[in-house]
Ligand binder design. Structure first.
Ligand code: ATP
Ligand code: LTN
Length: 330
């Protein structure tokens, strides 16, 4: 039997999963699922890099599992599991910590942005080391492809550097992974500020459409989304708000932006937003409904995650042993 190439990706179980996470990540995971052998991880250890309330975190982990499955991740085709349940992630992260450089981690813009919020001195060491754990996640499975949103580009570059450096120092060990960033929906911007990324940790619910928002809330948020001056429905750097809404429309429907511009010639923002509201509701409502059903059976979700962890451990063990041996720890 021909062996399939591997995909790995993950999302942190923190905040409210939003349209950007769906279009930038989850939707593409589902589309790649048949062609690859897939590992879709709930990166709960990454979530700990900023303070979390244990009670909330516990709930968010199950919620994320439900959203993975409700979006169309099939546990028969894909390994769905929690990062903390496979000890190889932190074990390999240590080995990679000894290969990564302080200078490299200091240049990571996500660290700089997040650390800035509370002062760099007060940021956790975990937040600083975040990209190394992320590299371990992927290299542990020798994954070829990592489907993510645009914001992860720098972390993926570092991951590739660490894989190459390790291979150069100790001999061929890891696959150097490629990133998959979708042509539309890779960087969905906040609805109230088209210059900022739509973010899970935003304190302003009007800035994002959560996958679990009720249909009327989705329609309302899209209707109230910021627009640019002028009336034309066209994408351009001077019109970041309508450009973002066109990108969302394109990513959700698979239609090209020029095609949408043509279809909306002579129509106003009101008509466009009304249609977009319906497009987004059609995309998210079935996921929301299925997720609610799945959340009624927490034991079923936990069982899926444990079965996934068992399968992941098998693959992880062999890569970790290989890396140990190459470094002289056999
Ligand atoms: P936060 O803003 O709190 O850091 P997040 O919204 O970026 O969180 P993550 O868990 O960091 O969420 O990201 C999960 C996946 O969703 C990643 O693949 C990421 O690239 C993608 N993603 C996140 N935000 C967006 C966005 N606005 N548009 C497209 N993809 C996104
Ligand atoms: N840092 C990623 C989440 C993440 C991830 C990964 C993505 C952790 N480990 C491995 C792809 C592959 C983020 O989206 N913030």
């Amino acid at each position: 039997m021909e062996t399939k190439r591997r995909v790995f990706s993950g999302i942190q179980p923190s905040g409210n999963l939003h349209l950007g996470n769906y279009l930038g990540a989850l939707k593409n995971w589902v589309e790649l699922q048949d062609e690859y052998e897939n590992f879709f991880c709930i990166v709960d250890l990454h979530a700990l890099t900023v303070p979390q309330d244990p009670k909330v975190l516990r709930r968010k982990i199950r919620e994320l599992a439900a959203l993975y499955l409700a979006s169309g991740i099939d546990p028969q085709k894909s390994v769905v599991f929690r990062q903390s349940r496979v000890s190889g992630h932190t074990q390999l992260a240590w080995l990679l910590n000894c290969v990564a450089k302080v200078g490299e981690l200091s240049r990571m813009t996500q660290f700089k942005d997040k650390a800035q919020k509370g002062g760099a001195e007060a940021a956790s060491v975990g937040l600083y080391d975040y990209p190394v754990l992320q590299a371990a996640d992927v290299l542990l499975y020798n994954a070829h492809l990592v489907p993510v949103g645009e914001d992860q580009r720098q972390h993926l570059e570092l991951m590739r550097t660490l894989a190459r450096r390790f291979n150069g120092l100790y001999g061929e060990t890891f696959v150097v992974p490629e990133m998959f960033i979708p042509p539309a929906g890779a960087r969905v911007m906040a609805l109230d500020d088209p210059t900022a990324k739509m973010s899970k940790s935003s304190p302003t619910p009007a800035s994002y459409v959560a996958i679990l928002d009720e249909p009327d809330a989705v329609r309302r948020k899209i209707r109230r989304a910021k627009t640019d001056s002028g009336t034309e429905i066209t994408a351009s750097p001077e019109k970041p708000a309508i450009t973002n809404l066109l990108d969302i429309y394109a990513a959700a429907t698979g239609r090209a932006v020029p095609d949408l511009e043509e279809a909306y010639t002579g129509k106003g923002y009101g008509d466009f937003k009304k249609d977009l509201g319906e497009v987004v509701v059609e995309t998210l409502a079935p996921i929301r409904e299925r997720a609610m059903e799945l959340l009624d059976d927490p034991k079923g979700l936990d069982d899926h995650l444990e079965a996934g962890a068992e399968r992941a451990r098998g693959v992880a063990r062999s890569t970790l042993h290989d890396a140990w041996a190459k470094m002289g720890l056999d």
